[in-house]
Design a protein around this ligand. Structure first.
Ligand code: FAD
Length: 305
C-alpha cells in the first residue's frame, strides 16, 4: 500500500480535518464523487446517467451508527429511496452498509433491518447490495448475506475484497449459493497480517477471484477502474463462453467517465455507483486515498475559490 494512501486514510480520523473538509469540501470537489446532498438533488443525476445508457445504484451515505433509533431512520430513508426509484422509473438499485443499519450495535438488529429492506425491494422488483466494510465486519456481513439467501431472498448481493488473504476461501464457500457478488480491491486501511500490502498482489488476487466467480453459477459485478483487469474479464468471458448477462462492470460516479461510456458502446452492462447525502466525508476520504492526485484536484479548487 502506498505511504500516501495510508496517510490519507489515517488522517481521515482527525476531527479537525473532518470539520474543515465538511465545511468547504462539497463545493470544492466532493460534488465530483457525490450525486447530491439530498435525494432530490441526486435524482436528476441518476436520471442523466440512465439516459446515457448506464445503470446506477445509490447509497445514503453514512456508516458506523451506534444508536438503534438512528438505524430505524436509516431504514425509513432507504424505503423512501426504493419507493422514489420506482416512482421516477429509474434504473437504479441500492447499495448499503451494515454498520449504517446497526451492525456495530448488534448483528441481529442489522440482519432484521436489512431483511426488511430486501423484502421491500423485492416487492418493487428491485435489488439490494450489501457493501463490504473493514475486515472486522467481514464474518458478520457474510453470515447475514448467507442467511438472507437461505431464507429465500434472491434480490440481494454482497461484495468481496481482493486485498484480504481470506477472500478466496470466502468465495469458494459462497459459490454453491450462485451468489451475486461485486468484486473490489478494497478501500480500507488493513494490517499486513491479513491483507496484501503490495498492489501487484492485490491485482493478482483480483484476477483469481474474477476467474473463479465468472466460472461459477452466480452473477459477477466487476467493480474496478483498472483497464487491465476490465480487459482481462472481457477476454476471459469470451474464451469461456460466459454470456454478457452473467456479469457487469461497475465504477464510481466521477471516476473514469469516458471508460464507462466506452464499455456501454461496446455492448457491456455498466453500473455507476452514485451515492448521496450530507454524510459524505468518509466516502470522499476513501476516494482521495485511492488516488492521491485527487487531493490536488481539491486543493486547486480551493485556490481558485
Ligand atoms: C462500484 C464500486 C463499489 C465499491 N464498493 C466497495 C466496497 O463495498 N468495499 C470496499 O472496500 N471497496 C469498494 N470499492 C472501492 C474499491 O475497493 C477500490 O478502492 C477502488 O475501486 C479503487 O480501486 P480500482 O479497482 O479502481 O483500482 P486502482 O488500481 O486503485 O485504480 C485503477 C485506475 O483507476 C483510476 N482510479 C481509481 N480510483 C480512483 C479515484 N478515486 N479517483 C480517480 N481515479 C481513480 C485511476 O486512473 C487508477 O489508475 C468499490 C468500488 C467500486 C467501483
Amino acid at each position: 500500500m502506498s505511504a500516501l494512501r495510508s496517510l490519507i486514510l489515517a488522517a481521515a480520523d482527525s476531527p479537525r480535518l473532518q470539520r474543515f473538509v465538511q465545511r468547504y469540501g462539497f463545493r470544492l470537489g466532493a460534488a465530483r464523487f457525490v450525486a447530491g446532498e439530498s435525494l432530490d438533488a441526486a435524482v436528476p443525476v441518476l436520471r442523466r446517467l440512465n439516459d446515457q445508457g448506464l445503470l446506477t445504484n445509490t447509497t445514503l451515505l453514512g456508516e458506523g451508527v451506534y444508536d438503534e433509533a438512528a438505524t430505524r431512520e436509516v431504514v425509513a430513508a432507504y424505503r423512501e429511496v426504493l419507493d422514489r426509484i420506482r416512482a421516477e422509473g429509474l434504473r437504479t438499485n441500492v447499495a448499503l452498509k451494515l454498520t449504517h443499519l446497526g451492525l456495530s450495535i448488534d448483528e441481529e438488529l442489522a440482519r432484521r433491518n436489512v431483511a426488511g429492506l430486501v423484502e421491500h425491494a423485492a416487492q418493487l422488483s428491485n435489488f439490494v447490495r450489501i457493501d463490504m466494510e473493514e475486515s472486522r465486519h467481514v464474518d458478520a456481513t457474510l453470515r447475514i448475506y448467507r442467511s438472507l439467501r437461505e431464507s429465500g431472498h434472491e434480490n440481494v448481493g454482497t461484495v468481496l475484497q481482493s486485498y484480504l488473504f481470506r477472500t478466496e476461501e470466502d468465495l469458494a464457500a459462497l459459490l454453491p449459493l450462485a451468489p451475486n457478488l461485486r468484486l473490489v480491491k478494497g478501500a480500507y486501511l488493513e494490517p499486513p497480517e491479513i491483507a496484501y500490502p503490495r498492489k501487484r498482489d492485490v491485482d493478482a488476487a483480483y484476477v483469481r477471484l474474477l476467474e473463479a466467480s465468472l466460472g461459477g453459477a452466480g452473477f459477477t459485478a466487476v467493480a474496478t477502474h483498472d483497464e487491465t483487469l476490465i480487459e482481462h474479464a472481457i477476454s476471459f468471458a469470451r474464451e469461456q463462453g460466459i454470456p454478457k448477462q452473467r456479469f457487469q462492470f461497475q465504477m464510481l460516479y466521477g471516476v473514469r467517465t469516458r471508460l464507462q461510456l466506452e464499455l456501454v458502446r461496446r455492448g457491456f452492462e455498466v453500473l455507476v455507483a452514485a451515492p448521496y447525502g450530507p454524510e459524505w466525508y468518509r466516502y470522499l476520504m476513501r476516494r482521495l486515498a485511492e488516488r492521491p492526485a485527487n487531493v490536488l484536484f481539491l486543493l486547486r479548487n480551493l485556490v481558485r475559490g
